[in-house]
Design a protein around this ligand. Structure first.
Ligand code: RAM
Length: 361
């Protein structure tokens, strides 16, 4: 009993000191953020990078897919697991069950409560998640965007599969050459808010303005919401609404597989051409039965692996997210951060009857 009072006082003083230190640190963050934004760089960047810094021990991350149950997203995020395990840390995949704009917010908040070092997120909506991510950053959590970007001032870096430009241009060329660069085409996208889809579609529209594609006309962009059934029905809807349709581009693994399934049993099989971004294992049968001539993708797991490596480098102070900083990304080798904190994984692969059996994912 006797020592209770001094003990209580000590606890109180320690708590006060901690509170003061935290408040000071929080102010520091805010100031850095403002300075960073003034420089035109992203808000979450701070400090100076030390490329030789040790990788912090036992890094804990949470990676947030667009939605659980989307094989692409799950495969992609398994790469984050791989990177963190390799670096002696751990990752937990925690995602919403649908790709709605705000479904990721409670998951971000929960991760902060669990004191993670970094959050890696494939954003369903660039702006809806931004306030929660900024709050996380203020609490010292590093934020890495991957696959589908969030607002640039809400993350330190963004890991992009392939440059947006290259995806958009290649998809248009892929469908163009299959329809002799002539006729009506449609796009079957994922959700209407998805940053990656919309950025690719913008490039597709720009590309279609080039003289080479002047006889091709984009008649409609439909949204299958990365839901198999909805994507299937939207494909049917497009074909019914546009009897002269010559081709469909579906830059989503869920969409292109559903569209291929629809076409494979319809009289338009092989007549309406389909390209998109798909998994070799899902698309193989449609390439072999003549529904699909070619489609494209990268290795999704490597997107996650690179994002996991970037997260660890950020947490350890090897990078801050500024353009020009370099870091070692394990089995993938060295990467350099580009403009706006973007890190680009690599080139696009085209899959067709000649090479599809060489891939297993
Ligand atoms: C879908 C998702 C993802 C996209 C891939 C190609 O699974 O929309 O974001 O990058 O397809």
């Amino acid at each position: 009993m006797k020592s209770a009072r001094p003990h209580t006082l000590r606890v109180f003083l320690v708590a006060l000191a901690l509170f003061a230190a935290l408040a000071f640190a929080a102010c520091g963050d805010t100031k850095d953020d403002e300075e960073a934004s003034d420089n035109g760089s992203t808000a979450a960047q701070e400090g100076t990078a030390d490329p030789k810094a040790e990788i912090k021990k036992g890094i804990k991350t949470v990676s947030i897919p667009k939605q659980l149950g989307n094989p692409y997203e799950e495969f992609e995020h398994s790469g984050v697991d791989e990177a963190l395990e390799e670096l002696g840390g751990s990752n937990r995949i925690s995602g919403p069950t649908d790709a709605g704009a705000s479904t990721q917010i409670p998951i971000i908040n929960a991760a902060v409560q669990q004191d993670v070092d970094a959050i890696i997120i494939a954003g369903n909506d660039p702006d809806a998640v931004a306030p929660a991510l900024k709050q996380a950053a203020q609490r010292g959590v590093k934020v890495v965007g991957m696959d589908s970007d969030v607002a640039p001032d809400a993350r330190s870096v963004f890991v992009n599969q392939v440059t947006t430009q290259l995806v958009g241009e290649n998809q248009v060329e892929s469908i163009g050459k299959q329809i002799d660069y002539k006729g009506e085409i449609a796009i079957l996208s994922a959700t209407a808010n998805a940053t990656n889809q919309n950025a690719w579609i913008d490039v597709m529209k720009q590309t279609l303005k080039k003289p080479k594609y002047k006889d091709m006309k984009l008649v409609k962009t439909a949204y299958g919401d990365d839901d198999d059934q909805k994507s299937f029905q939207e494909t049917q809807g497009l074909i019914q609404a546009y009897p002269n349709l010559k081709g469909i581009i579906s830059p989503t693994t869920v969409g292109v597989a559903a569209a291929a399934r629809y076409l494979s049993t319809s009289p338009q099989k092989g007549k309406i051409k389909l390209t998109g971004l798909g998994f070799p294992n899902q698309m193989r049968k449609f390439v072999k039965d003549g529904t699909v001539d070619e489609f494209q993708l990268w290795v999704p797991k490597d997107v996650g692996y690179l994002a996991g490596q970037a997260a660890a480098a950020l947490v350890s102070g090897r990078i801050t997210g500024k353009e020009g900083e370099k870091f070692e990304a394990g089995r993938l080798g060295e990467y350099t951060i580009g403009a706006n904190g973007e890190i680009v994984l690599g080139p696009l692969t085209t899959f067709d009857a000649d090479n599809i059996d060489d891939f297993d994912f």
